[in-house]
Write a protein that binds this ligand. Structure first.
Ligand code: FAD
Length: 428
């Protein structure tokens, strides 16, 4: 009579929708996490810091559960295979909207239901999902501002309410402590990393609208990795955002906007949102791409961003926009190349937001900047890193002869991209 609570990207006991329902509806809940071999085998870098983060989060969960007389079962398997091999009474889990996850969950549902096992899934990762915020005629929004207005108008106390899981903590299955596989056990290596704190820094949120654009300042919350893996609850954050700062609330809404776009327009995974943009004649120069990856383009703000990314797995949002614009517009390299590189490196990598961010920068996305608006890296630096504090943090040799000359000239690159984009869009 065991009910399985399948944790995925919701690695917390507090305010967790599926966990709440599992504990409320069963007195014997076994918490389970599956290191998914399908996903892990796909990761080329065996020193992937995100796997380290997941494992650390599992250890934290394990400590909490041990204190409650229970334990987390962690397995290393293909979830489809795992669910073929067990027969609990029920399996509870939270929704995941990425294409792979949607297919996997449907397969798991079929396997379980055939055995008479109940499979229940819940919304947890976002405030509004799927068709919850759509136009009056039922169609999905493709522009952010009207979407965010409707989102805010739909929001009420009900949607922000936390799930009081702690009321039923005595419903966890009582087990002896189980061990968690080591990184070696699952084919990875340990990499010492300091991850952003799980703390909601209200002082940062209060000043967010003034400080968010300056990469040299700790002016954003750094909660993205926690949102990615569900080590914080979105309902908790929206409660704070509503009270403290609407500008920051808008960022949380961007996250839901892109998640909604991916759900309704899955073609964005491999194609431009606006299909005409798939006719752009990219240059795709491999050498230039490598220089961009390494932070050796000779454009200090671009190089600083890429080096921050390579060293820490994080890049400030303003700089993400600058490097993405530079790759697609100055170097005329396909946004998909940049997207894939970010996907490998970002600790907070999220298919929907990354794809949305890249297509926004390339001009091919929904609600993207018009293509003829080409970021000028020098002007961006002037505005957002005026004294080169951020640049010097990551490119210490910037004032010496060791620093390379620009790989493309701004004016020439600008003219080339305008011509190339125009040619593709005029015909299609
Ligand atoms: P804050 O500024 O404190 O914002 C709070 C939270 O809101 C973030 O943690 C994030 O969850 C959400 N958020 C903020 N801005 C955006 C945005 N523009 N789009 C969607 N959600 C947003 N964000 C990711 O989480 N994963 C990605 O893979 C990702 N790739 C990006 C790629 C490009 C090219 C660009 C331009 C942006 C990308 N972003 C991505 C959005 C944004 O840069 C990060 O969410 C942000 O920098 C994270 O820092 P923070 O936690 O301090 O954010």
């Amino acid at each position: 009579n065991t009910t399985v609570m399948w944790f995925r990207r919701d690695l917390r006991l507090e305010d967790n929708a599926a966990l709440y329902h599992a504990l409320k509806e069963s007195k014997n809940v076994l918490p389970v996490f599956i290191f998914d071999t399908v996903i892990l085998n796909d990761l080329e870098d065996k020193e992937d810091k995100r796997v380290v983060f997941i494992r650390e989060s599992l250890l934290h969960l394990q400590n909490q559960l041990t204190d409650l007389g229970s334990s987390l079962l962690v397995v290393y398997d293909d979830p489809v295979h795992f669910y073929k091999s067990i027969r609990p009474k029920a399996v509870y889990t939270n929704h995941d909207y990425e294409p792979y996850a949607l297919t996997r969950d449907e397969t798991v549902r079929a396997i379980l239901e055939e055995k008479g096992v109940v499979f229940k899934t819940f919304k947890d990762q976002v405030i509004f999902e799927k068709e919850e915020v759509v136009k009056d005629n039922g169609e999905p929004y493709t522009v952010f501002t009207p979407y965010s207005k409707k989102w805010k108008a739909t929001l009420n106390a009900f949607y922000m309410k936390s799930y009081p899981t702690q009321k039923y903590f005595n419903h966890f299955k009582r087990t002896k402590p189980l061990s968690i596989p080591t990184l070696q056990d699952i084919g990875f290596k340990d990499v010492k990393t300091v991850f952003p704190e799980r703390m909601i820094k209200t002082s940062v949120i209060e000043k967010y609208h003034k400080q968010r654009d300056y990469p040299a300042i700790a002016g954003t919350t750094r909660l993205s990795i926690h949102l990615r893996f569900g080590t914080v609850s979105i309902r908790k954050l929206v409660q704070v955002a509503k009270k403290k700062n609407e500008v920051w609330l808008n960022e949380l809404i961007w996250r839901e906007f892109y998640s909604m776009i991916l759900y309704h327009f899955p073609h964005v995974v491999s194609n431009s949102f606006r299909l005409a943009y798939d006719h752009i004649a990219w240059q795709n120069d491999v050498e230039q791409f490598e220089k961009w990856c390494e932070g050796k383009t000779g454009y200090p703000i671009v190089d600083a961003g890429m080096r921050e990314l390579n060293a820490t797995g994080f890049m400030h949002n303003r700089v993400r926009m600058i490097v993405a614009s530079f790759l697609t517009k100055h170097l005329l390299i396909d946004w998909r190349w940049g997207e894939a590189y970010f996907a490998k490196k970002l600790l907070d990598y999220e298919l929907a937001s990354n794809n949305g961010g890249w297509q926004w920068a390339a001009g091919s996305g929904c609600d993207a900047a018009p293509y003829f608006r080409v970021f000028n890296p020098e002007l961006q630096t002037e505005k957002f890193d005026h004294d080169w504090k951020y640049i010097r943090m990551w490119v210490p040799e910037v004032d010496t002869d060791d620093y390379p000359a620009p790989i493309v000239e701004h004016k020439t690159a600008r003219e080339r991209v305008l011509k190339t984009y125009k040619a593709a869009l005029d015909v299609n």
